[in-house]
Design a protein around this ligand. Structure first.
Ligand SMILES: [Zn+2]
Length: 160
């Protein structure tokens, strides 16, 4: 009988001028980006943490420390691919992902299909096994003022 686990992940990055804006592996044409050691892809980091959490493993800061120059500006899809590999080594495979991005701007919705396609490639999942939503914070708090972008993710993993 297959065994299943769920996992939850959350990430937030501050916005910063002169940084790239990459979410779900898709580069956005915006006049700001996200501050961070890697490419600061908050959505992909939340998904990584959800996967690691489901497998009972430590978070991505443990696997890819921001003190390690090897991860400077790294494409977070590479981190996600390594997380999937770490799960597979332990017999786990992802079943589905559901994630929500919280960003006041830019408009995310027109790029959701592209983001799903990238995440599907990185995880080996079908695009329809990846749920992605984008919402704003209705102008409230630092996210609502455009000072940060956050992401929440839940995943199901299965051991055959
Ligand atoms: Zn992050």
């Amino acid at each position: 009988m297959a065994s299943f686990r769920i996992g939850h992940g959350y990430d937030i990055h501050r916005t910063a001028a002169g940084r790239p804006l990459v979410l779900g592996g898709v580069k956005f044409d915006a006049d700001f980006g996200l501050y961070g050691h890697s490419d600061a892809d908050a959505l992909t980091h939340a998904i990584c943490d959800a996967l690691l959490g489901a497998a009972g493993l430590p978070d991505i800061g443990h696997f890819f420390p921001d003190t390690d120059a090897a991860y400077r500006d790294i494409d977070s899809q590479l981190l996600l691919q390594r997380v999937i590999a770490a799960l597979r080594e332990r017999g786990w495979a992802p079943v589905n992902i559901d994630a929500t991005l919280v960003a006041e701007k830019p408009r995310i919705a027109p790029r959701l299909a592209e983001m799903k396609a990238v995440l599907a490639r990185s995880t080996g999942l079908a695009a329809d096994a990846i749920g992605l939503k984008a919402t704003t914070n209705e102008g409230a708090d630092d996210i609502g003022r455009g000072l940060a972008i956050a992401a929440h993710a839940v995943v199901l993993i299965q051991k055959a």
